[in-house]
Each structure stands twice: as structure tokens, then as C-alpha cells.
Design a protein around this ligand. Structure first.
Ligand code: SF4
Ligand code: SF4
Length: 292
């Protein structure tokens, strides 16, 4: 049995100040950080003990996790477990990445996002270069805002061709055909992100072979359907897993719609579903050539 877990603890703070984010420059009080650390420790113990399931884990903190030692330690320790296929975290890549030398590069991977205005491109690229040196798999993303376009182009041109650069449609923004074509030249898979997917009633792997877990162990199908279907720590999650149809109107985030069955994106991203790396990359269309 394979199970993908999207984990999100109480942490909700970030060292960056992105104008489009509610967690920008937010600080967590010490007691919340202690609670987040304890919740993550409990989760990692559960992962280590659940050896009858082939697990893939994606940490999706509200803010930035890799500035906290407990996320770095969890990435390293989980990467060495034989039943853990992949352990991934979403990160702004602000923190140094040398600690990943202790992780198994066959299992540890990063979903990184470049936030122009918060870090220089050179600094971000230096982090990427170190990841490549360490042999750690990573994707790089940008939010598709017009003011990011020049930086996104320069980033694509500077990244090695084998690194996938994804573009997320900015929340609530409509793209006309020209804009869509412009961003698609940078990310040939932008078409999946540019419009929210009308998911209501559609079959989805979420709740069957993918779940969302909160710090207290509450299990939901995904981060976007708030209804609990069980708990990780009382074992009730096992009976809850079954084929299901989506119960919400739209699904507009990659970490959700990658599991939406009719889209077939688990095949497109086979081997890299959680870290968002396509199975076939560089893309046959040559979009990673940096000439977009
Ligand atoms: S790096 Fe991510 S979490 Fe931090 S402020 Fe920017 S968008 Fe928000
Ligand atoms: S389509 Fe999206 S919102 Fe619906 S169940 Fe799947 S992941 Fe959740």
C-alpha cells in the first residue's frame, strides 16, 4: 500500500515578507514553536513505526520550516527509512542547505520557490547550485505575477536545463491568451495551473492514497476539504481510505489537483509527484532552454 501524506503543523511564521502572503514576517510565540516541534516529533515517530505502508511525505508549513532545526532533522531522519519513498518540504530556500549532505538523496527532495524582492537571484541560484552538488532533487517555482516575469526568465536561463521551473498562477488572477502563452514558454505545464479545476464530483486520489495530516493527527482528504475523515494516532485513518469524489467546487493548487484522477497528473509527475518534478524533463518542447 502506498500513501502520500501532506503534513502541516501549527507553525505559521516566515522570515520573508512577500506582499502576496498572509504569513509574511509573522513570528510565532515560543509556546507555538514548542507545540510545532512536539507535533512534528510525534509525526516522525508515527512514520518510523508505520512500516507496513510505503509512505511519501510532503511538509507544507504555512510559513517557512527549514529555518527550524526540527524540520531539517525530520527530513534527514525520514529519508533514511526504507519504507519512506520520498520526503519533501516546500521552502523559500532562505536557509543553508548543507545539512542535506546527511540525508539520503534518493528520498529527500525540495519544492523551492523563488520570491523576487526577498532574495537576490544570485543568492537563490547559489543555493540551487549547492543542491545540485549534493545530488538532491528539487523543483523551482515562481508566482506568475507580471512584475516577476523578467526575474523568472533570468532564473530559467540560469538554472541547469534538468531543473524544472514551474509557474503558479497568482491567486485570483485571470490570464489572457497572450499572458498564458508568455508564462507557458517558461513552464510548458503552466496550463494546469492557469485556471482552477472544476473538481466537484470528480474522482480524486485524495482520501484514498493521499491524505492531509494536521499537527494533532487530524486526517483530512486534502488541505482544501476541511472535513476530518479520521485521526493518524488512533488508527482510524486506515478504515477511512477509500475511493472518493471531490466535495469542493474548485481545486486550484498543485498539491491538490495533482491527485485529481481525470487529469492524469500522477503520470505526468511520476516519480516526482510531491516535489513537483515531471517524469520527462527537460521537456521535449525545449522549454528549459532558457530562451523563453
Ligand atoms: S516565503 Fe512563502 S511563506 Fe514566506 S512570506 Fe513568502 S510566500 Fe509567505
Ligand atoms: S480535487 Fe482537490 S479539493 Fe477535491 S478532494 Fe482532490 S485534492 Fe481535495
Amino acid at each position: 500500500m502506498n500513501l502520500a501524506i501532506l503534513y502541516r503543523g501549527p507553525l505559521a511564521s516566515c522570515n520573508y515578507d512577500c506582499p502576496y502572503c498572509p504569513f509574511a514576517k509573522r513570528q510565532d510565540p515560543p509556546e507555538l514553536l514548542r507545540a510545532d516541534r512536539a507535533a512534528l516529533a510525534r509525526f516522525t515517530r508515527w512514520v518510523a513505526a508505520t512500516t507496513d505502508v510505503r509512505l511519501s511525505v510532503l511538509f507544507t508549513p504555512w510559513g517557512e520550516g527549514l529555518t527550524r532545526s526540527w524540520y531539517r532533522n525530520a527530513m534527514v531522519s525520514l529519508s533514511h527509512l526504507p519504507h519512506v519513498e520520498r520526503v519533501v518540504i516546500q521552502t523559500n530556500l532562505a536557509a543553508r542547505v548543507d545539512w542535506l549532505a546527511d540525508a539520503d538523496p534518493g528520498a529527500a527532495a525540495l519544492w523551492t520557490t523563488y520570491h523576487p524582492g526577498q532574495v537576490t537571484r544570485q543568492r537563490f541560484l547559489a543555493r540551487c547550485a549547492r543542491l545540485s552538488e549534493l545530488g538532491v532533487r528539487y523543483s523551482v517555482g515562481v508566482v506568475g505575477l507580471p512584475e516577476h516575469l523578467d526575474e523568472a526568465r533570468a532564473l530559467r536561463a540560469a538554472l541547469p536545463a534538468q531543473v524544472y521551473l514551474w509557474v503558479n498562477a497568482a491567486e485570483g488572477r485571470r490570464y489572457d491568451a497572450d499572458e498564458e502563452a508568455t508564462w507557458t514558454r517558461l513552464d510548458p505545464l503552466f496550463g494546469w495551473s492557469v485556471r482552477p479545476h472544476l473538481s466537484l464530483g470528480q474522482p480524486c486520489h485524495a482520501g484514498e492514497t493521499a491524505i492531509s495530516v494536521l499537527g494533532d493527527g487530524t486526517v483530512r482528504r486534502c488541505h482544501f476539504d476541511p472535513a476530518p475523515i479520521g485521526n493518524l494516532y488512533d488508527g482510524s485513518w486506515r478504515a477511512a481510505l477509500k475511493p472518493r469524489r471531490c466535495g469542493v467546487a474548485v481545486c486550484d493548487c498543485h498539491i491538490g489537483y495533482v491527485h485529481l484522477k481525470p487529469l492524469g497528473l500522477r503520470d505526468v509527475f511520476a516519480g516526482g509527484v510531491l516535489e513537483r518534478i515531471p517524469a520527462v524533463w527537460p521537456h521535449p518542447g525545449g522549454a528549459a532552454s532558457g530562451t523563453a
